[in-house]
Design a protein. Structure first.
Length: 422
């Protein structure tokens, strides 16, 4: 759902949206959506040669216009509300248990959540490739894109306490800088986008998000909603995420940016203050239900996306707890295999490897302040103990990676990717 087709459009007329009965009528208390009619304007440079496509010029199409939600008092049915509250409590317990007492875990979970969020968009990368991409190796395009998603997630969490449209633009800029879409990084789209059916026009498309002239107002509204503190956290986060995806404010990167927003909101509300609970790792196990939840939201029923988000949280916590146990076992095993003085450089290097399982000399110097001689002594000891493996990367120098930690991260990703039925 992250790469819709696009072209220019103009303003038009508005009509009320009729709820899709197959998905359930608009929920009580949820404001009705509308449709806005526009005239299709083709891009001459793209479609000059096609008389058929040229004939589409001037034809009407309808863009979805979601309701403004900043002042919404909507709450779901008691059963869904109870499920969402249980999910929030489980996230808080997980955050308290692992965030304060397992220091390397926060960085690993952030990386894992970014990988899972990218996986929903069919961008996959091994932990080893991701670690190397973080050090500047660009021979695997997907890994480089996932690294940018890590940066976007970091930007989102840094903005957790000042959620504004500008903070969304910063997240998107972190995600898209350096890609083929660098020119639109950190900018609202200035063209119509659409999803499905046609590669050349929105006429008859599966879903046509709001016209681009509506984006600034809609994004200001959803961010006003995101800053509220009087709504249950999971309900609020799921609705804000679904509204964001409905607005589709960018030409690309909407899914990953929208899931980063969800995490920023959980931190903003104090539900997850220390770690990034890998909700996307729960969503990726049932992407079909996730997309169905977003579709139901657009038809006026927010309950499915709230339910999907809550259930994804439970799956994410189970998977995250397994990763935490793996990390503890690995780091304890490392300590048992090393005989070194307390002031040896081996120990800070081990601590860094638990957070960043692929390192090089530059990282060891910048993050630990180790000169060449201390680096060599520490890494020689770790290689002898079988904790790291050294490898020479063409033009990038020598890297050291911790295979056990990389295997644990790949295990997490594999478990997240196991599909369940809708």
């Amino acid at each position: 759902m992250e790469q819709p087709r696009h072209a220019d459009g103009t303003s038009g007329n508005i009509r009320n949206a009729e709820p899709d009965i197959s998905l359930g009528a608009t929920r009580a208390g949820w404001p009705a959506a509308e449709y806005e009619t526009h005239e299709w304007k083709r891009k001459d440079d793209a479609f000059r040669a096609s008389s058929y496509l040229s004939g589409m010029t001037g034809q009407p199409y309808e863009a979805f216009l979601p309701p403004l939600i900043a002042g919404s008092a909507y709450l779901p049915s008691p059963g869904v509300a109870a499920l969402a509250e249980e999910a929030a409590q489980e996230i808080s317990r997980f955050d308290e248990r692992y965030g304060e007492h397992l220091r390397p875990f926060a960085a690993l979970l952030l990386r894992s959540e970014s990988t899972a969020s990218s996986q929903i968009e069919n961008l996959t990368a091994s932990a080893r490739s991701l670690g190397e991409a973080e050090l500047g190796v660009e021979d695997r395009a997907n890994a480089t894109l996932v690294v940018r998603n890590v940066r976007a997630m970091e930007t989102a969490l840094a903005a957790a306490h000042h959620l504004t449209p500008d903070s969304i633009l910063d997240m998107h800029r972190s995600l898209m800088d350096g890609t083929r879409d660098t020119d639109v990084a950190g900018h609202w789209r200035e063209e119509q986008v659409w999803i499905g059916t046609s590669t050349v026009s929105p006429i008859g498309a599966e879903f046509v998000p709001p016209h681009h002239t509506r984006v600034p107002e809609l994004m200001a509204d959803v961010m006003d909603y995101a800053r509220r503190t009087d709504m249950p956290a999971i309900i609020q986060s799921a609705i804000a995420h679904a509204q964001f995806e409905t607005i589709h404010p960018f030409t690309d990167g909407n899914g990953r940016t929208g899931r980063a927003l969800l995490h920023a909101m959980l931190k903003h509300r104090g539900v997850a203050s220390h770690v990034t609970v890998p909700v996307s790792a729960g969503l990726v196990a049932n992407v079909g239900a996730y997309h169905e939840g977003l579709t139901a939201y657009r038809s006026g029923d927010p309950e499915p996306i709230i339910t999907v988000t809550a259930e994804a949280s439970f799956r994410a916590i189970d998977n995250g707890a397994r990763l935490a146990n793996d990390v503890v076992a690995i780091t304890e095993g490392w300590a048992a295999r090393i005989a070194a003085r307390g002031d040896s450089a081996v120990w800070p290097v081990l601590d860094l490897l638990a957070r960043q399982p692929v390192v090089n000399a530059e990282v060891l110097e910048s993050k630990l302040g180790l000169d060449y001689r201390r680096q060599k002594r520490a890494l020689d000891a770790l290689e002898e103990a079988g904790i790291v493996v050294g490898v020479n990367k063409f033009k990038k120098g020598r890297f050291w990676r911790a295979p056990e930690m990389l295997e644990a991260l790949d295990g997490f990703a594999e478990r997240a990717g196991r599909r369940t039925r809708s």
